[in-house]
Unconditional design. Sequence first.
Length: 398
Amino acid sequence: MRAPAEESCAWTHERLFFSSDDYFRDLIAAIDRARVSVRMESYIYQSGTLASRVSASLAAAARRGLKVKLMVDGMGSPFWGGDDAAMLESAGVECRVFWPPPWHFWQWPFARARAEKPVVGWLVWLGRSLAHVNRRNHRKLCLIDGYEAWIGSMNVTDEHLSRASGGSEWRDTGVRVEGPGVSALSEIFDRSWASFGFGSAIRSAALRIRGRRARDAWMNCPVRSNETLRKRIHFARDLRRRIASARTRLWITNAYFIPDLHLLRALRLAASAGADVRILLPGPSDVALVSWASSQFYASLLRCGVRIYEYLPGVLHAKSILADGWALVGSSNLNQRSLRHDLELDVVLNQAPSVLALERSFEADLSRAREIRLEGWARQGRLRRALGWLALLVRNFL
């Protein structure tokens, strides 16, 4: 049951996507019909077939006279730029890199001052980079004309596409939404764009005023972002509360599962209360260290009645939660990076067809997964146990 605050600004339209092919086909079509603006941020924007299609659509929109902005993450896309950025910027697209690496000189704030004082510029960049090296922009967001938003786990890279489209057929979940919450998403994008990783010092006065006016509104909206410590703490606590209080079902799909002690306790409470707790995790993974670390939690959860599955057809990259009738979709993983460090973005879905679609997708995914049994898991090899223990030593970076 959703809270009245969330209901008061519920989405007027929701459409879920469980295929990256379908998601990007419709997203590109939305960019092509945009009339005012397109604002996009992606953790990974990697050269390839998909990036070429998206870039061509963004460039065409800018040539039509639209205001087009693109932000990529400096760690997720460390070598993005060059001809790709030149083509976009020549068409009128504004491009920025969140926490740009040192070779992206053109992205540094106060570039002119640093060009005049290069030693000082390098020292400032080095100090800030060391302080924020573990803070990345992991969001995947596209805003069209300020009234529709596209959110999920899909990066702009061929890996997410089906094999028929030249990809690796990763399993992802995305959603297109319309409604009052889009204005909150616009605020979130604007703050990231203004600071692009260098803190609030370069934010405009207008943004600070808008931020103060919205201070009490973000808790009353089906948008969950964690760009401030207050939001991060609030939404983490609320998620644990919803997980612990689930009474009929708790179905979790997550790509990188390294829970902290508070989250583990919430999962155990839900299972002990009789809820149907199932967690779907990757079988094959693009980050082996995470899989090894995740496996260290299997035994304790299985003993509490939690059922764990590993998805087999390909890399599972989706992030969604069904807790009784409450549904969440977005970019957040249940790992230390998302819980403590990275900028993430999720949305609460409140329409019955969306909840039903997530239910059916979860059940379909389980039919292509193997269930982990406690008896069999107890016989796992010593090598995997050792690898898992070693991976947990660097959990804050996973």
